[in-house]
Design a protein around this ligand. Structure first.
Ligand SMILES: [Fe+2]
Length: 430
């Protein structure tokens, strides 16, 4: 179908869109790291992600993978969650991921350029949720038509999400998915015996519902309650809104992802025209343009920073990810989190407030590898007219309180019109 301007449109659930899919939110994100044990402690013990499944590539019986990984110490990877999605964050061993990528590239006669440099493959994936399976297959064909490079299509286990992986102009893997596995009250993941519904190619549509997959597994004699379950590593010593947790805060959302990019124009084309993001706001900072984009009502889920800014900001030179955002349950929890993390030796960076528009109080913790983790509790919400709040109407955060020195922060805040109006965390906090 085409509009009066001649642009092709796609019917997504009876509504005509510019792409055959609509990204609804950031689903998960991941880093490949060298310091995997220290990072596991940081993300699991300190931040409170729960491990939902482990993966060990070195245990893969495929002789090719065995050969590629023979000089790599650990092939371990961790799928982690904070809510019911099987994973919201993944942590993989960078040495193993690079060895496998090089092995595959050599096999296919492809170049390994960009894989092994200072920033090669540090971001494991940036993953976006769509509403239906047909949007994922639609995206696959749309990417092919537009010659957006595709890594793979199908359905992965662990996680059970149907997906397509495509590359942005800097080589970041963007995954679009539908239907990630949900963990229930007993915290168990799907057992490995049910991984027979993995797909390594485009699925034919329609597919059976997950309910039928579970019925089939029961009929085959699979113990459907035998999947992975992890224990809370820390004693539940902190009262968080009336419930005892292992740390004085709870992750309630992930994102935004901030990226350093080589060519802002090319990245903007990919994320707006290619992936359907809306540009919320651009900021001029020391002569550099920074772009903030969204795919729902929050101010932004993605920030695009020109890579020249890294030096000026004095940012660690470890990754093309400037920061991965993690929302905590409240302002109080954010302050308590900073103290908790500092007591455990975590270091912090400061970023000028104009580089996190729509967010009032934010801190940037560094993981053991040096990746920036933005912790915050509030993000501006946009209404039907799609306009961000004018800068002068935003909360004023004074200079002393715009750093990670939480002792200088106000005891309590006046509410904004959009305080506590985004979706509340579903289910118990722990
Ligand atoms: Fe994924």
């Amino acid at each position: 179908m085409a509009t009066s301007t001649g642009r092709k449109t796609y019917n997504v659930g009876g509504v005509l869109l510019n792409q055959p899919f609509k990204i609804r939110r950031l689903g998960h994100f991941g880093f490949n790291v060298y310091k995997i044990d220290e990072c596991l402690e940081f993300y699991r013990d300190f931040l409170g992600f729960k491990v939902s499944d482990e993966n060990d590539f070195k245990a893969n019986p495929d002789p090719k993978i065995q050969e590629w990984l023979k000089d790599v110490e650990s092939g371990k990877g961790y799928f982690m969650r904070y809510g019911t999605d099987h994973h919201a964050f993944v942590l993989f061993n960078a040495a193993a991921m690079i060895a496998m990528a090089e092995g595959r590239a050599a096999e296919n006669g492809n170049s390994t350029e960009g894989m092994t440099g200072a920033h090669g493959m540090n971001i494991n994936q940036i993953t976006w949720q769509t509403g239906t399976l047909s949007e994922v297959t639609g995206a696959y064909h749309y990417f092919m038509e537009r010659e957006i490079p595709i890594m793979r299509v199908g359905r992965d286990m662990p996680g059970s999400n149907w997906h397509v992986y495509a590359y942005d102009p800097d080589g970041h893997i963007n995954e679009l998915y539908y239907g990630i596995e949900q963990e229930g009250w007993n915290g168990r993941s799907k057992p490995r015996d049910m991984y027979d519904r993995r797909f390594r190619e485009e699925p034919t549509l329609p597919q059976m519902p997950e309910e039928d997959e579970v019925d089939e597994a029961i009929a085959k004699g699979t113990d459907i309650h035998s999947g992975y379950r992890s224990d809370e590593p820390l004693p539940a010593n902190f009262d968080v809104g009336g419930v005892l947790l292992g740390r004085p805060f709870k992750i309630t959302k992930i994102g935004p992802v901030n990226l350093f990019v080589k060519d802002l124009g090319a990245s903007l084309d990919m994320y707006t025209d290619g992936l359907g993001f809306t540009l919320t706001e651009t900021v001029e900072y020391k002569g550099h343009k920074v772009a903030f984009l969204r795919n729902a009502a929050e101010h932004h889920t993605l920030g695009l920073f020109p890579e020249e800014l890294r030096k000026e900001l004095g940012w660690p030179d470890v990754s093309t990810c400037m920061s991965f955002g993690i929302e905590l349950g409240s302002y109080q929890q954010l302050k308590d989190a900073v103290s908790f993390l500092k007591e455990r030796g975590v270091s912090f960076m400061d970023l000028p407030a104009e580089l996190h528009p729509g967010i009032d109080y934010a801190v940037y913790a560094l993981d053991p590898e040096g990746n920036g983790i933005m912790l915050y509790y509030y993000m501006e919400q946009l209404g039907w007219e799609g306009k961000p709040r004018p800068v002068e109407l935003r909360r004023k955060v004074d200079a002393a309180a715009s750093t990670h020195n939480v002792e200088a922060w106000p005891e309590a805040l006046e509410p904004m019109s959009d305080t506590y109006v985004d979706q509340v965390f579903q289910g118990p906090l722990g």
